[in-house]
Design a protein around this ligand. Structure first.
Ligand code: FAD
Length: 298
């Protein structure tokens, strides 16, 4: 029987989970979120990532498995779909024998997780499952309020200059909370100069002094960025800040019942939301099928 699912969150976790759900079976899926692809906001981590794949998870842990299970899909995207950026579910992503899966996106800001089950969010009722991919804001969402999720503030500069390569320096002379990396994105996404990792810092506005330090370090490490002409020749698109959703104990992939509604969580990936995206989403999807039986006994 068809199931009605609302995925809260349109970051890399929500969209990847919705993508894998859409391949699984005849699910009617709505992705509902405050921020959608194209938006820039500190509460929305996904647009700020350089999105590199450099796993540092400890071998033998779930996190290491999630990274490993993501690699093949990211490699396929990079090799065969280089234009695939931050898009919602393409139709061709559906499996060959699936023609009834439907996916909608919808703006929605929820104070409580059960608001996702109210009328007007999903075209069908009742909602059988809510998937919680709210990232950092899982710390504030009613019914969840997971205070073990905290921000790790990442300030970056996005420039039009092409570095021609990816560079990452371990540590800087400017303290433990600062970093130095240069990542050119595919499909005209600009080059990211980073950065910072400032735990428990919610400041949404870029710090101009930090911006200058980031630029100076990047140009020193990679003079090719401006053909050796110095930092004045950087073509800056924007200075930005994203808050990584860091969760004590790692990403939460679990199911529970909240107010009698089945909820599957996938949030708290910290600085690894892209490199663990498919692995985490698959682990969340794997929790779902057996869970239908549990719900029908409620
Ligand atoms: P988000 O992208 O934050 O999405 C959360 C979604 O939930 C949004 O759509 C939001 O609107 C919605 N939402 C939240 N609360 C509500 C509510 N109450 N009602 C409705 N909607 C709600 N990761 C890597 O793997 N590699 C990297 O190189 C990398 N570099 C990074 C660099 C920087 C500067 C930053 C900031 C992050 C970086 N990351 C990197 C980490 C990665 O960006 C995050 O782990 C990932 O984006 C988290 O995705 P998410 O979908 O969980 O959360």
């Amino acid at each position: 029987m068809a199931k009605n699912i609302v995925v809260i969150g349109a970051g890399v976790a929500g969209l990847t989970t919705a993508l894998l759900l859409s391949k699984k079976s005849t699910y009617n899926i709505v992705v509902a979120a405050k921020h959608m692809p194209g938006d820039y906001d500190t509460e929305y981590a996904s647009p700020w990532a350089g999105a590199n794949y450099m796993p540092v998870s400890i071998s033998g842990t779930d996190a290491a498995d999630w990274d490993k299970n993501t690699r093949g899909s990211l490699e396929d995207l990079a090799r065969n779909h280089p234009g695939a950026g931050f898009q919602s579910l393409p139709k061709e992503a559906l499996g060959p024998d699936i023609d009834s899966a439907t996916v909608f996106t919808s703006r929605g800001v929820f104070d409580h997780i059960l608001d996702a089950t109210t009328s007007g969010i999903h075209p069908n009722s009742p909602v059988d499952l809510v998937v919680n991919c709210t990232g950092l804001m899982a710390s504030k969402l009613g019914g969840v309020q997971d205070t073990s999720v905290v921000p790790a503030r990442g300030q970056i500069d996005i420039v039009r200059n092409d570095a021609g390569k990816m560079l990452d320096m371990s540590g800087t002379d400017d303290g433990d909370e600062e970093a130095c990396y240069v990542m050119t994105r595919t499909a005209g996404g600009g080059t990211i100069l980073g950065g910072s990792y400032q735990k428990d810092n919610w400041e949404s506005q870029p710090d101009p002094n930090l911006a200058v330090r980031i630029i100076k370090r990047a140009v020193k490490m990679c003079p090719a960025l401006t053909n050796g002409k110095g930092m004045e020749h950087l073509d800056i698109i924007r200075h930005g800040v994203g808050l990584r959703p860091v969760r004590e104990g790692g990403t939460r992939i679990e199911k529970e019942h909240i107010g009698g509604v089945l909820v599957v969580h996938n949030y708290g990936a910290g600085g690894a939301g892209y490199q663990s995206s498919y692995g985490c989403a698959q682990a969340a999807v794997d929790l779902i099928d057996p869970a239908w039986d549990v719900q029908s006994k409620l």
